[in-house]
Design a protein. Structure first.
Length: 319
C-alpha cells in the first residue's frame, strides 16, 4: 500500500493487534479514503477528456465530409450549367442562323419562280415553314421548362441543405447531452452505496424525468432524417445511419435509467414500509402506556384513599 497508493506506513501489525490507537487508525483510514477519492476523480477526469476528444474528432470528420460533399455537388451543378450554357451560346445560335437561312432560301425560290412564271414552290408534307416554326416553339418551350426545372431543383437542393444543417446541429446537441447524461448515470452508479436510499431514488427520478422530457427532441431529429430520405437527399444514407445511432444511444440511456429506477423504487418502498412499521410500533407502545395509565392510576388512587381512612370501605361505597 505504501508503494501503490503512496501512503506512508504509520502502523505496524502488532500496533493494531496488541495496543490499537484510535487516532492513528482513524488517520490511516482517512488517508486511504483520500487516496481512493483522488483515484476516482482522476478516472472521472480521464473519461471526460476521452469524451471531449471523441466529440472533437467527430465534429472534425463531419466538417471534412460536409466540405467534400458540398464540393462534389457544386462541381456537378457547374458541369450541367456549362453544358447548358454551351448549348445556349453555341449550338442554339447556329441552329437559329440555319433557321433564318432556310426562311431566306424559301423566299428566294418563290421569288425566282414568280419572276420566271413558274408555279410557286410547295415543299413536301411536313417540310413547310410553319412546321419548322412549330418545332422551334416546342424547343423554346422545352428550354423554358428546363430553366424552370433547374431553378426549382436548385431551390429544392438548397432547402434540403438547410434541413440537413438543422439535423447536424440537433445531432450534435443530442450527442453532447447523451454524453453528459451517461457521465451523470455513471457517477450515480458509483455513488449509490454512499447516498441514502431516498436521496438516490430522488436523484434517479429527476434524471428519468429529464430523459423522458427529451423524447420529443429526439423524435424531431428522426422527423428531419425521414424528410431528407423521402425527398431523396443526396446524402440520405449517411443521415439515416447517424439518426439510427442517435436513437439507439437514447434508447440505451433510457433503459439504463429506467432499470436503476425500478431497483431504487423497490428499495425506497421497502424503506418506507420499514419506517411506517417503526412508527406504528411507536404509536402502539404509546397507546399501550396510555391505556395502562388510564386503568392503573385510578386503582392506585383508590388504594391510597383506603389506606388513609383505615380501610373503611363504607366511605367509598363498598358494602
Amino acid at each position: 500500500m505504501e508503494h501503490e497508493l503512496c501512503i506512508p506506513r504509520l502502523l505496524d501489525p502488532e500496533d493494531v493487534v496488541h495496543r490499537p490507537d484510535d487516532k492513528s487508525i482513524m488517520t490511516y483510514v482517512a488517508q486511504i479514503y483520500s487516496a481512493f477519492a483522488k483515484m476516482k476523480a482522476e478516472e472521472r477526469s480521464g473519461r471526460r477528456m476521452e469524451n471531449v476528444v471523441r466529440m472533437l474528432k467527430n465534429i472534425h470528420d463531419m466538417e471534412k465530409n460536409y466540405v467534400a460533399l458540398f464540393s462534389d455537388l457544386v462541381t456537378g451543378i457547374q458541369q450541367h450549367l456549362d453544358r447548358f450554357n454551351g448549348y445556349r451560346t453555341e449550338e442554339k445560335p447556329a441552329k437559329y442562323k440555319e433557321k433564318g437561312e432556310l426562311h431566306m432560301m424559301f423566299h428566294s425560290i418563290n421569288v425566282k419562280c414568280f419572276a420566271n412564271n413558274r408555279i410557286p414552290f410547295y415543299p413536301p408534307e411536313g417540310h413547310l415553314i410553319k412546321n419548322l416554326e412549330a418545332e422551334w416553339e416546342v424547343l423554346d418551350k422545352a428550354e423554358r421548362d428546363l430553366l424552370r426545372a433547374i431553378v426549382a431543383e436548385y431551390l429544392r437542393l438548397e432547402a434540403l441543405e438547410r434541413v440537413a444543417e438543422r439535423f447536424k446541429r440537433k445531432e450534435k446537441l443530442r450527442m453532447a447531452w447523451l454524453e453528459d447524461m451517461w457521465e451523470i448515470v455513471d457517477d450515480q452508479e458509483q455513488c449509490r452505496g454512499e447516498l441514502p436510499i431516498l436521496a438516490a431514488f430522488q436523484r434517479n427520478e429527476a434524471i428519468l424525468l429529464d430523459v423522458q422530457a427529451r423524447e420529443e427532441k429526439f423524435a424531431k431529429a428522426k422527423e428531419l432524417a425521414r424528410f431528407l430520405w423521402n425527398n431523396n437527399y443526396h446524402n440520405k444514407e449517411d443521415v439515416n445511419k447517424r439518426e439510427k445511432r442517435l436513437r439507439n444511444e437514447y434508447d440505451k440511456l433510457r433503459a439504463a435509467v429506467h432499470s436503476a429506477h425500478v431497483v431504487l423504487k423497490g428499495a425506497n418502498d421497502a424503506g418506507v414500509v420499514a419506517r411506517q412499521t417503526v412508527l406504528i410500533r411507536q404509536d402502539m407502545k404509546a397507546l399501550e402506556v396510555s391505556l395502562f395509565s388510564s386503568l392503573f392510576f385510578p386503582l392506585l388512587d383508590q388504594f391510597n384513599l383506603v389506606s388513609t381512612f383505615g380501610g373503611n370501605s363504607f366511605l367509598f361505597g363498598f358494602q
